[in-house]
Design a binder for this molecule. Structure first.
Ligand code: ZN
Length: 436
């Protein structure tokens, strides 16, 4: 007993030098403000309940405004760049600072430290939020170049989402039927056949739920030399988003071929095979896209899909406590307001009763678990707002995220938790590709 305790003590100096976290799982609800989270709560667990994402022990409030002198309100590219790199930039830029220099991302730094890396989303996997973690392009619209950089520059291990149209050259068939009424569904790649390129680089490729599940199952050993399941996986499950963003009532739908929780679980299962740990970014994108359409039911569905992915992440963290889990947003979308469906006007103040006084669109009423009256959702805009967004966190390093700060601070906390050295500005080559 005593000897064992002394051995343990002798190892303490090394332990204190070790970074507190081995893994980071960052879950981003695109466009998800406090009201979006509250609406999801009322619908599923009621006034006194809490979503999984709101049961994490540490909470903060994060400012989202870009460096862009022309814009007060951020887009997803500048916001994701701030989260991924700790540098505020202009709207539209992907991990490029306002001076046009590539800035290293938390995913790239984790990769250089020997960790496995992954990106998961319900929109195009090359859309702004995932792109800012593993690619560098002056404008977010260059999605085929983003895909190429994932494979050839950054080497992201697990890539799961939509947007197959950008991975196949224009005119080529993708694995998914293309609606002729929607020109965006047709292949439109500008960097050759990147799915073939991925296969050549050793990625397994999945285009259905069955193939996704098969990829997570360790292969039986065939020979003594064939003892490794490929941990690199490219999963593309739709030509564009994993949902259909149309005007409400005109074909908008959120019935994904694979759920965000399933993709998150598979990604974690593959990445966790790396003994040095992993960095994983998971994005739910319909919250933003449906809020742009003021489509409350499908915005809510997005919040709840994200919450299921949070539960998957927390399940892994319970088994591997060296895992920092963070749930936040890149910005707010919709200027969302919540009120009771039957609230009367206030007796002593003007206004009150959101249904009577809302200046723009409203949605509902929706039921509140455990209550007779429902709630309504009022929209101030079909765009983003400058509102700060909530952040909740659990695990090693999470306590640093209590308080009020700018979105660049999250990068610093994640890098510190993983013990990653951050190069000075300008010491990172074009495309972030030097000294790999
Ligand atoms: Zn948006």
């Amino acid at each position: 007993m005593t000897g064992g305790a002394r051995d343990h003590d002798r190892s303490r100096p090394m332990d204190t030098a070790r970074p507190p976290a081995r893994n980071v799982i960052l879950l981003v609800g695109d466009g998800m403000g406090q009201a979006h989270r509250m609406a999801g709560q009322l619908l599923t667990v009621g006034r006194a309940g809490r979503l999984a994402m709101d049961r994490l022990p540490h909470a903060g409030l994060m400012g989202t405004m870009p460096a862009d002198p022309d814009h007060f309100v951020t887009d997803s590219a500048a916001a994701a760049t701030a989260l991924a790199t700790g540098v505020k930039t202009d709207n539209g830029a992907i991990a490029i600072d306002p001076e046009g220099r590539s800035v290293p991302t938390i995913l790239e730094l984790a990769k250089r430290a020997g960790k496995a890396t992954g990106l998961v989303t319900t929109c195009q996997i090359t859309d702004a939020t995932p792109a800012a973690f593993a690619a560098h392009v002056p404008h977010r619209s260059d999605q085929s170049e983003v895909a190429r950089q994932y494979l050839e520059e950054t080497g992201v291990d697990v890539i799961l989402g939509g947007g197959a149209a950008y991975w196949y050259p224009a005119g080529a068939e993708t694995p998914f039927p293309a609606d002729p009424a929607d020109p965006l569904q047709a292949s439109r790649g500008t960097a050759g056949n990147l799915v073939a390129r991925a296969r050549a680089l050793g990625y397994a490729v999945a285009t259905s739920a069955a193939e996704l599940h098969a990829a997570a199952v360790p292969r039986p050993r065939l020979t003594i030399h064939d003892d490794r399941t490929p941990t690199r996986l490219l999963g593309l499950f739709a030509n564009q988003e994993l949902f259909l963003q149309r005007t409400e009532g005109e074909g908008a739908a959120y019935d994904p071929p694979v759920s965000l929780a399933e993709m998150t679980g598979t990604a974690i299962a593959l990445l966790a095979r790396n003994p040095d740990g992993f960095f994983l970014m998971v994005e739910e994108s319909a919250i933003d896209r449906m809020a742009h359409r003021n489509n409350a039911p499908l915005t809510l569905k997005g919040v709840l899909e994200l919450d299921r992915a949070v539960q998957v992440a927390l399940g892994h963290a319970a088994a591997d406590p060296e895992t920092l889990v963070v749930v936040t947003a890149d910005h707010e979308c919709g200027g969302l307001a919540i009120a009771g469906s039957d609230d009367p006007p206030y007796p002593y103040e003007p206004g009150g009763g959101l249904l009577e006084t809302t200046m723009a669109g409203e949605d509902g009423p929706f039921p509140i678990v455990g209550e007779e009256d429902g709630f309504v959702m009022g929209w101030a805009t079909t765009g983003h707002t400058a509102a700060s967004v909530p952040l909740t966190a659990a695990g090693p390093g999470a306590e640093r995220l209590a308080g009020v700060y700018e979105n660049t601070f999250l990068f610093a906390v994640m890098a510190e938790a993983l013990g990653l050295a951050v190069p000075a500005a300008g010491q990172w080559g074009a495309n972030g590709s030097h000294a790999r």
